[in-house]
Ligand binder design. Structure first.
Ligand code: GLY
Length: 410
């Protein structure tokens, strides 16, 4: 059988993790990335085409005779990149623009959930504390504001309005959060390992929301019943989207509160999580490539991916001014030392300048440790973090701490 030529679209830690896992597939013939990053360049060929350049990606996929395009980030999906490629006959792992609205509009997601009978965080008619204020559209994880005081409400309305979208006001729910993923082929759903993300920038869940400062998997007590959760949450939504003529093909990501009354969905995303992917994929024992190809081809029936017994913890090393701003050009040292110490280092916001690895973004690196337990994986991840240096680096010191000690935080 001829091998598979894959093009991974994107340049962050999630895309590096996807490229890393796909590069292990015996079915892979060629791995290409657009635009990729220095970490991805060590696994495949990087091409200078941006993720938002649909015409450029179509031309690239054609020139490379790509069998499968895997789209990492949400913005090109919401903008219709997958439709553009599919219309040209190219197989894509990633939803079309209409289905990607499940992430592109919180109002649309709520409407779909209501039709599908999936419990969503209740919407409030007016912004009064306590509540959560969200920008309706895409905001790179920075469009949700937890408000416990009138002052926080005023500030959140101003900040969320700056994002140029209408606002959604929700009840403030005090419960554990978990990220639950399924591969979808438009009809069928295949569960992936669950993870818990740490969204706030500072230790002890302080400071503003970010794209995610760290993650761990498995999530004790949830991972054992992830199939059941996917049946209750993802399957009815995928069925509803198919009923509307907008089938969802790709990774469907539900952000779920675990309440005493059962799971409550606070968001859907139309792609793999970042940094969840950096702990989920190292915990998949099987071959990801045929599973993604099957999803893209509408053939997921009978496919399953085995979850390893290992635990994984990833720590995001970010620019000092993240999430307000990123950083560019600061030399990064110690990545090879961290890898020699047994961690997997995923590049998130890096570049090569005159052969030197430098910072180039908000979240710079994700350092993933694997072990027999979350405590062991955590120790490994932080052993890697301690070997890496760049000016202004910030990271949380409490990723997976509670769960490693037997209590949940996050
Ligand atoms: N980790 C949150 C996200 O990917 O949106």
């Amino acid at each position: 059988m001829r091998g598979v030529k894959v093009l991974v679209v994107g340049s962050g830690g999630r895309e590096h993790a996807l490229a890393w896992k796909l590069s292990q597939s015996p079915q892979l013939e060629a791995l290409h990335c657009a635009p990729g990053n220095p970490g991805m360049a060590s696994l495949g060929n990087c091409h200078p085409v941006r993720a938002d350049d649909a015409e450029g990606l179509l031309a690239l996929a054609g020139a490379l005779e790509t069998d499968l395009v895997v789209v990492g980030p949400e913005a090109p999906l919401v903008a219709g990149l997958a439709d553009h490629l599919r219309r040209a006959g190219i197989a894509v792992f990633g939803p079309g623009g209409d289905a990607a609205r499940i992430e592109g509009s919180k109002t649309f997601a709520k409407e779909v959930m209501a039709a599908a009978g999936v419990r969503a965080t209740p919407t409030l008619p007016i912004a009064r504390p306590p509540c959560v204020i969200k920008a309706d559209g895409l905001a790179a994880g920075k469009g949700a504001f937890v408000c416990r005081t009138k002052e926080e409400v005023d500030n959140a309305i101003a900040r969320a309005s700056e994002l140029g979208e209408s606002l959604v006001i929700e009840e403030l729910v005090d419960a554990q959060e978990v990220s639950i993923f399924a591969l979808c082929d438009g009809r069928e759903v295949v569960p992936l390992p669950a993870a818990q993300d740490y969204k706030r920038v500072g230790d002890g869940d302080t400071g503003p929301n970010t794209g995610g400062m760290g993650c761990y998997s498995p999530f004790p007590g949830v991972s054992e019943r992830v199939g059941e959760l996917v049946e209750a949450i993802h399957r009815p939504v995928v069925t509803e989207l198919a009923r509307r003529g907008t089938p969802f093909v790709g990774a469907l990501y539900a952000g779920v509160f675990l309440t005493d009354d059962g799971p409550l969905v606070f968001e859907f995303n139309c792609r793999f999580g970042d940094p969840e992917t950096q702990v989920i994929l190292p915990r998949i024992d099987g071959d990801l490539l045929p599973a993604l190809a099957a999803a893209a081809g509408g053939a997921l029936t009978g496919v399953s991916l085995a979850e390893s017994d290992d635990a994984a913890v990833t720590v995001a090393m970010a620019a000092g001014s993240y999430p307000e701003r990123g950083d560019a050009g600061a030399p990064i040292d110690g990545v090879e030392e961290a890898e020699s110490a047994g961690t997997v280092v995923f590049h998130a916001g890096t570049a090569l300048r005159e052969g030197r690895l430098v910072t180039n973004g908000g979240r710079i690196l994700n350092v993933t440790g694997l072990g027999n337990s979350i405590a062991e994986a955590r120790d490994k991840a932080y052993a890697g973090v301690e070997r890496i240096h760049f000016e202004g680096c910030r990271y949380r010191t409490d990723i997976a701490l509670g769960v490693a000690e037997g209590a949940h935080v996050g």
